[in-house]
Design a protein around this ligand. Structure first.
Ligand SMILES: O=P(O)(O)O[C@H]1O[C@H](CO)[C@@H](O)[C@H]1O
Ligand SMILES: [Mn+2]
Ligand SMILES: [Mn+2]
Length: 420
């Protein structure tokens, strides 16, 4: 029985990386700044109050990992006497601080090439791209064509979109082309079709993702994005550990956005769920069903999408506390040979300027598979996770990363005994 559960807390950074200055992110610290705001009483909102409480993540070593990353304890958060997990922090070698780069690097494949970006804040897209999209998708035109926050732009242009039938196109500091349209007025399937056409037209521009952003509501005051978001990613540049495991006969269960992020490469089964409770429930259910050689990977997107990008500090704190509160349910279901890894794909410091991601270390919290409790230190790349998974599943080593699983763990013995 060799099973791994990888939970990606989307955007949960634990302190700026050495190269953060290249991204304008010197001093960013998603966990540290949320903790400090809570300690100052600034997050007494929506049913939560006081210092940040993360007892279960702390037992796994989160606070120790954050201290190793930043040099200081997260303010006001209770530090446990004993840490039960192996903990560390990892820096990113990929060129970007976007979601696909982070996830692919976690799976052992860093993105060393430079993505294309739309850098202009206004009139962001080349005229021939928009002309092609209007022509091929039969559109009356487009709105937006700028850098924007997705919630702000539907409040600003949503009514004009509904009246005109022109979809809203926008981008950000990430390598993305996003299309927002009303789910009923414009039509969900039509929006997906527009995105598929855009995906093809964007081929020369080296853009990582096209994202469909459907919304509902009657007016600017009530427009709200729905769970029918869909991401159209390019394929990872090389086979990830998900693909290696899948091809070797293992089962890869992708929960939430995971399948979209990996462009459906190396996925055995996709489980869609919306909201952290549903994602957590789906993860528990998948673990109950998981066969002897399986990887369950879940992306908890709301940390990023609902709180990080929205610069909603109290909401981020509450979401972390809620996630932490559910962790014991998962820990209780883990077998001795199971490996649990908690990590993140980039930062999105909700106290930072703008609305974009922040270049940060991510936590690497690991439990099980014979790992001793204690520090894994600073890891040179997120790919150490992918390399560890390759070792766990007795796959050929990945080109990048160093495994943190000791060669003498019981699992290596299981693997070499030919049990699978
Ligand atoms: O502001 P919204 O639409 O949430 O967009 C954000 O989500 C995108 C993909 O994660 C990022 O590139 C960022 O721009
Ligand atoms: Mn992300
Ligand atoms: Mn994001």
């Amino acid at each position: 029985m060799t099973r791994a559960i990888v939970l990606v807390l989307d955007s949960f950074g634990i302190g700026a990386t050495p190269d953060a200055a290249d991204f304008g992110d010197t001093g960013a610290d998603t966990l540290g700044h949320i903790a400090a705001a809570c300690a100052r009483g600034e997050c007494d909102d929506r049913g939560r109050s006081g210092p940040l409480r993360l007892p279960n993540l702390a037992r796994l070593g989160l606070l120790h990992a954050h201290r190793e990353s930043t040099g200081g304890w997260a303010e006001g958060v209770a530090v446990p006497a004993d840490v039960e997990g192996a903990y560390g922090y990892a820096r990113e070698v990929s060129s970007g601080k976007d979601t696909p780069s982070g996830h692919w690097e976690i799976a052992g494949v860093p993105v060393r090439f430079a993505w294309g970006y739309f850098l202009e804040k206004e009139a962001s897209f080349p005229a021939e791209l928009i002309e092609g999209l209007v022509r091929e998708a039969g559109l009356p035109g487009v709105l937006g064509d700028c850098h924007a926050s997705g919630t702000e732009i539907i409040a600003r242009l949503g009514e004009e979109h509904v009246a005109s039938g022109k979809p809203i196109v926008y981008t950000s500091a990430d390598s993305v082309f996003q299309v927002a349209a009303h789910e009923e007025g414009f039509g969900l399937e039509r929006l997906y079709r527009v995105c598929e056409i855009a995906r093809e037209l964007l081929e020369p521009y080296n853009i990582g993702r096209v994202i469909a952003r459907p919304f509902t509501g009657e007016s600017a005051a009530t427009f709200a994005r729905t769970a029918n978001r869909r991401d159209y990613s390019v394929d990872p540049p090389a086979p990830t550990v998900l693909q290696k495991l899948h091809e070797a006969g293992g089962e890869v269960v992708a929960i939430g956005k995971i399948a979209d992020i990996y462009a459906h490469c190396g996925i055995s089964r996709t489980v869609k769920a919306s909201g952290h409770d549903a994602l957590f429930d789906a993860t528990l259910e998948a673990l109950t069903q998981a066969g002897p050689r399986s990887l369950i990977m879940t992306n908890f997107v709301d940390f990023d999408m609902v709180h990080g990008h929205r610069r909603d500090v109290a909401g981020y704190a509450a979401a972390l506390e809620h996630f932490d509160g559910r962790l014991p349910e998962l820990l209780a279901r883990l077998g001795d040979e199971d490996l649990l890894i908690l990590t993140a794909d980039h930062g999105c410091d909700p106290t930072w300027s703008g609305t974009d991601h922040t270049r940060e270390h991510v936590p690497v919290l690991a439990l099980g598979a014979g790992l001793a409790a204690g520090s894994l230190g600073g890891r040179e790349t997120f790919a150490d996770i992918g390399q560890s998974l390759a070792a766990l599943f007795d796959l050929p080593p990945m080109a990048d990363g160093e495994s943190f699983l000791a060669p003498s763990t019981p699992l290596t013995g299981t693997a070499s005994s030919g049990g699978h």
